[in-house]
Design a protein around this ligand. Structure first.
Ligand SMILES: [Zn+2]
Length: 390
């Protein structure tokens, strides 16, 4: 009997891996947040070719079974009136150029019907999400213009507040000195306008007060494009249980962020030690790229062995997905990696080629195929469809 058990065990492991791969390939995988476009303006990488740096290119996306990517259009808070909207358009131009050079590999999707059509043609569906309300420079006509170019979500704030919405960072660190808290009347008009245009309202990065003002104002389901569970890591960028419940009641979806700092409550202190140790190098790399975050990302790849020791296990990321699914239901959780936006992700999650590991882990936790379909993309598809009407 003993002799038989071992081969049987191997056989069942092999079958489960095959099964995971089949389920993964069949499902439509939608990642709601990737920052590669703003980096690419600096690095000039050709995203159609296999790259050894960064987390995204079209070759690895294919390997990872990625069907649709919502690309984040982002610039930092040093951009403002007269510069932020122009930067948003430059990034959209670069996505359009990538699509134009590779019509057989990638195409722009503006709604769920187009997305499904593009996936049928075995191309990557590219969608646009604008991250940071400062990029509309307080102008409704700029929202219209970005929507015409394909914007399908607007993250109401980045870390910085706008004149009409307060961010998670500012609500926590500047609570007593803010000129307003939550959404102003103009902010509420913006939410309603986004609803009319079929642009999803993204509540990642916004403060708790703004979050509840949005929930009270929106007539459509919202998205949290890249956030984790606060109960597992009390970081201001993560969503508390009551927020998650309110989001589920609204019919929305929270797409789990892979960033080690949001996944693992012990990461920030370890990353800080790493920063202090390599401060001179990180700062000079940051200067060379004119982007402090990119300096940290680069230094982490130069000191990979050391940086690897700071990374949480993959199981900790899966725990966030499982926790949210159990708390508010499997209909309200998705994937929003934040790839190319951070210096560290859980072990084994190195790039867009690694999504199948999530499917395998969910299968090991006894999630059904239909539940896995929902988590990988079905839920985002539903919210997109309700927002765009198609
Ligand atoms: Zn972000």
């Amino acid at each position: 009997m003993k002799k038989l058990l071992l081969p049987l065990l191997f056989l069942s492991l092999k079958l489960s891996a095959q099964n995971a791969q089949q389920i993964h390939q069949r499902a439509i995988l939608i990642d709601t947040h990737n920052d590669v476009l703003s980096n690419q303006l600096i690095t000039k990488f050709d995203l159609a070719k296999l790259q050894t740096e960064g987390n995204f290119d079209l070759v690895r996306a294919k390997d990872g079974g990625l069907d649709a990517q919502i690309f984040s259009i982002w610039c930092g808070e040093k951009y403002g009136k007269g510069t932020a909207f122009a930067m948003a358009n430059r990034e959209i131009d670069s996505l359009y150029a990538l699509i134009k050079r590779n019509p057989d590999k990638i195409a722009l999707a503006r709604n769920s019907a187009e997305l499904q059509n593009i996936v049928k043609q075995k191309k990557l569906a590219a969608l646009i999400g604008v991250e940071g309300g400062h990029m509309i420079e307080d102008r409704m006509d700029y929202i219209d213009s970005l929507a015409r170019r394909g914007m399908r979500y607007l993250t109401l704030t980045w870390n910085n507040s706008t004149s009409w919405a307060t961010s998670a960072r500012d609500e926590v660190t500047k609570k007593d000195s803010l000129p307003h808290l939550g959404l102003t009347d103009y902010g509420k008009q913006i939410v309603k306008h986004l609803n009319e245009l079929g642009v999803m309202v993204d509540v990642s990065h916004v403060g708790e007060r703004t979050f509840y003002d949005v929930i009270a104002t929106t007539t459509k389901p919202v998205i949290a494009s890249h956030s984790c569970a606060y109960a597992l890591n009390p970081h201001r960028r993560n969503l508390k249980d009551d927020q998650l419940k309110a989001l589920a009641k609204n019919g929305g979806v929270v797409c789990v962020n892979f960033y080690s700092g949001f996944v693992d409550s012990t990461y920030a202190a370890k990353a800080n030690d790493f920063y202090i140790k390599h401060k001179a190098e990180i700062d000079s790399l940051g200067k060379a790229y004119n982007d402090a975050d990119l300096g940290f990302i680069k230094a982490s790849s130069l000191h990979q062995k050391e940086a690897n020791e700071l990374r949480p296990p993959l199981s900790m990321l899966i725990h966030h997905i499982d926790y949210i699914a159990k708390l508010i239901g499997v209909d309200h959780v998705g994937i929003g990696s934040d790839f190319d936006g951070s210096e560290s992700y859980p072990l084994q999650m190195n790039s867009v080629a690694d999504y199948p590991k999530i499917t395998k882990a969910l299968l090991d936790l006894h999630y059904s195929e239909s539940d896995i379909d929902k988590i990988l993309g079905g839920n985002v598809m539903r919210v997109l469809k309700v927002n765009t009407g198609k």
